[in-house]
Design a protein around this ligand. Structure first.
Ligand SMILES: [Zn+2]
Length: 280
């Protein structure tokens, strides 16, 4: 245990430890959740001023959204675009938000050749805006449309959305790529994420309490491979302890805001591996 008043030293130790683990890794992956994006001002749903707290009808609508699409794709799109009902064009608003230092730090770790892939629960596309190239959108993204029949995805910018619903090249209606309630995670996404959990030697979990399944199973899957050696180091950067902390799935928690801690980790990594810094 650290002596009294050693909290700051303890934090410093953990940041150095994370940097050392990342610098020594061969295949580090990052998992991110809402905590990374709330620092960019992306509205949450269930907080005091959350979208659903202030508008319960919108929550009820959200639970019916997937079925709505299956029943009537045009009505789905009219709701999504704010033409009818209680839904404002929330997804269009998200697309105007900018990344924060946490997103940029993750992109930097990828550019340094350390992080190989980022798996995010966030639908906002902010990792790419910050410069991260390899991203799995576990719950889809507002930047794309997806065909449930053939699995094709298209940039939303390819569609004017004047004629609804937008149609896939296969002729079927497209929905937002975002995975709605009751909608299965696309199998290509689930398979790719699980393969990474079985392959990584460091898993850096940022801004997620990891309680939403099946995403929440990824850390446990990695942990089942053991600690160190042929196993995996699991590092958490979260505002509060989570089930991953309590259940000993993570090796350690660096407690705080991702936008403050991740840039400090990157600073330490570049001190440890200056040759990597030159390559980027
Ligand atoms: Zn299609």
């Amino acid at each position: 245990m650290k002596p009294k008043g050693g909290d700051r030293d303890h934090m410093r130790d953990l940041i150095e430890q994370a940097a050392a683990d990342l610098a020594a890794s061969n295949h580090a992956v990052v998992l991110t959740g809402a905590g990374v994006s709330t620092e960019s001002g992306v509205a949450d749903f269930r907080g005091p001023k959350g979208i659903w707290t202030t508008n319960p009808k919108a929550e009820a609508q959200a639970y019916q959204r997937y079925e709505r699409f299956l029943d009537d794709p045009r009505a789905y799109w009219e709701e999504m675009l704010g033409a009818v009902g209680t839904s404002s064009n929330f997804y269009q608003q998200i697309r105007k938000v900018a990344p924060n230092p946490g997103h940029y730090a993750i992109a930097r770790l990828e550019h340094l050749g350390i992080v190989k892939l980022t798996i995010t629960q966030n639908v906002d596309g902010l990792h790419e805006k910050a410069g991260t190239r390899n991203v799995i959108h576990y719950h889809g993204t507002v930047e794309k449309l997806r065909c449930l029949s053939c699995g094709s995805r298209f940039s939303i910018d390819e569609y004017s959305l004047e004629r609804l619903p937008p149609l896939c090249r296969c002729g079927r209606p497209l929905k937002y790529d975002v995975v709605h309630f009751e909608e299965p995670i696309p199998s290509d996404v689930m398979d790719a994420a699980e393969a990474e959990a079985m392959k990584c030697d460091v898993m850096l979990i940022c801004g997620t309490s990891a309680v939403v399944y099946p995403f929440a199973a990824l850390p446990a899957m990695a942990r089942s491979r053991g600690r160190g050696g042929s196993g995996v180091k699991i590092i958490e950067v979260n505002a509060e302890p989570t089930p991953l902390t309590h259940q000993g799935i993570s090796d350690y928690l660096i407690q705080g805001k991702t936008g403050e801690i991740l840039p400090l980790v990157v600073d330490e990594v570049t001190k440890l591996s200056p040759e990597r810094d030159k390559r980027s």
